[in-house]
Design a protein around this ligand. Structure first.
Ligand SMILES: [Mg+2]
Length: 433
């Protein structure tokens, strides 16, 4: 019995060593060889899981997080690099726009938890970072968690040699539709020439002032005429959404969305503030145009009420705010149960876009992915748009590689981006933008 048990231990060690060597490449193999020679290692591998340790019998000690770096990137981003002893580096964007330094500090505070941990236990780390904070969620902490989650998935995919969507049950589609921002007819023409077929604009503001609680006909007509002019260039075979940034008071909101209806907006985004769920639900009942919201909503708990009250059927969780790939996949499942779709919000960088593409390729209810950069000047092999779509990335993990030499050459490191201050030009009061 003793010999048989010993053989089993040896056999499992050999199998594990071979599996690791095949999976993780030379860097991990070297580490594995060194560690499989130690008594402590063999005991840990064959030992049953110890309560509270979160250790699974799969060579947990072989891959460890060794260092986390964050750096500000123009125009207003924050990139994260998570290093491991296996030589694999994960990328993330842990950023709330306008609070890059605050997010950087949040990562620094979370770092001690992650150092020495196995990056492959993605969902476990998500739970620990979110729940052990005691004061849960909010834009800063969920943005920090989101960037970490992206990097963990990137590492896991790279270690296993597959895109993240393969680990999430995908691919569910061959390519991913993306949309571009456009403010003017010239913008639409330029983006169309680049290959886009879906666009988003903001409401035109008469005399550059925000909407008042109750608006006059001149204000409404101005907004509608400008939208109609853009839509005409987009054409009937294209799509044009409109984002109100939650800045339209209730009194004007119904009037405005009814007036825009004849021009078939793709969706109405954040007509009112996302915290006004009952108002959104009321608006949703008053129009056949889908309402969209989600860029300022965090985690599955944040989206629950939106779905339950049918306040929106296009959810726009941000991969850098809502809780990362782990959480947006769950939110997409919740949305599916309510026959709602997912259009990830993304005014950020190429890591955010790459994370969104992984989600698009792993869920059934995807609508369209927002982007403001295809990665030119930031990553090797930037994404390309053709007939409104980008091809699924096929490289392991998130499928992108930073071009740090180019970023350095173009002076892309560091920024001091701040949220704009906006006041009513008529009376100087604070307004939303
Ligand atoms: Mg928006």
């Amino acid at each position: 019995m003793k010999d048989s048990k010993s053989t089993t231990k040896q056999s499992r060690r050999t199998l594990l060593k071979n599996a690791v060597a095949a999976t993780f490449g030379a860097a991990a193999t070297t580490t594995a060889s060194a560690q499989t020679n130690s008594k402590a290692h063999s005991e840990e591998i064959v030992a049953p899981r110890k309560p509270g340790q979160g250790v699974t019998p799969r060579a947990k000690e072989i891959v460890k997080i060794t260092k986390i770096e964050t750096f500000l990137v123009k125009p207003r981003w924050l990139f994260l690099k998570m290093h491991t002893n296996a030589g694999v580096v994960g990328l993330g964007e842990p950023i709330t726009e306008g609070r890059a330094l605050t997010c950087q500090a949040a990562i620094k505070e979370i770092e001690p938890y992650l150092l020495g941990k196995d990056p492959r236990n993605v969902a476990h780390h998500w739970q620990a970072i979110y729940r052990h904070a005691f004061y849960r969620g909010g834009p800063i902490l969920t943005s920090a968690l989101s960037g970490i989650d992206q990097a963990l998935w990137d590492i896991k995919g790279k270690l296993l040699g597959v895109p993240v969507y393969e680990l999430l049950g995908g691919p569910t589609r061959d390519r991913v539709r993306v949309y571009a921002h456009a403010r003017t007819p010239e913008d639409i023409k330029t983006r169309k020439a680049e290959g886009f077929t879906a666009f988003k604009c903001g409401p035109a503001k008469l005399n550059d002032r925000p909407a008042h609680f109750v608006e006059n006909r001149q204000y409404i007509d101005y907004c509608v005429e400008r939208f109609a002019a853009l839509k005409q260039i987009v054409g009937k075979d294209g799509d044009l959404g409109i984002d109100f940034h939650g800045a339209i008071p209730h009194g004007t909101a119904k009037q405005l969305i009814k007036a825009l209806e004849p021009y078939d907006p793709f969706f109405y985004e954040e007509v009112v503030n996302c915290q006004e769920v009952d108002v959104m639900a009321d608006l949703a009942k008053s129009t056949h145009i889908p309402l969209a919201t989600g860029e300022r909503i965090f985690t599955k708990w944040g989206f629950r009420e939106i779905l339950e009250k049918k306040a929106s059927i296009i959810l726009q969780p941000d991969l850098c705010h809502a809780g990362g790939i782990t959480e947006v996949k769950i939110i997409a499942g919740m949305a599916e149960a309510f026959y709602a779709s997912i259009a990830p919000h993304n005014p950020l960088g190429p890591i955010s876009l790459a994370a969104g593409l992984q989600i698009a390729a792993s869920i059934p209810n995807f609508l369209c992915q927002e982007q403001v950069s295809l990665g030119e000047g930031y990553i090797k092999n930037p994404f390309k748009v053709k007939n409104g779509y980008v091809e699924l990335p096929t490289a392991p993990g998130l499928g992108i590689e930073l071009d740090e030499e180019l970023m350095k050459k173009n002076d892309m490191y560091g920024h001091d981006w701040r949220n704009q201050e906006t006041y009513d030009p008529d009376d100087g009061s604070v307004v939303d933008w």
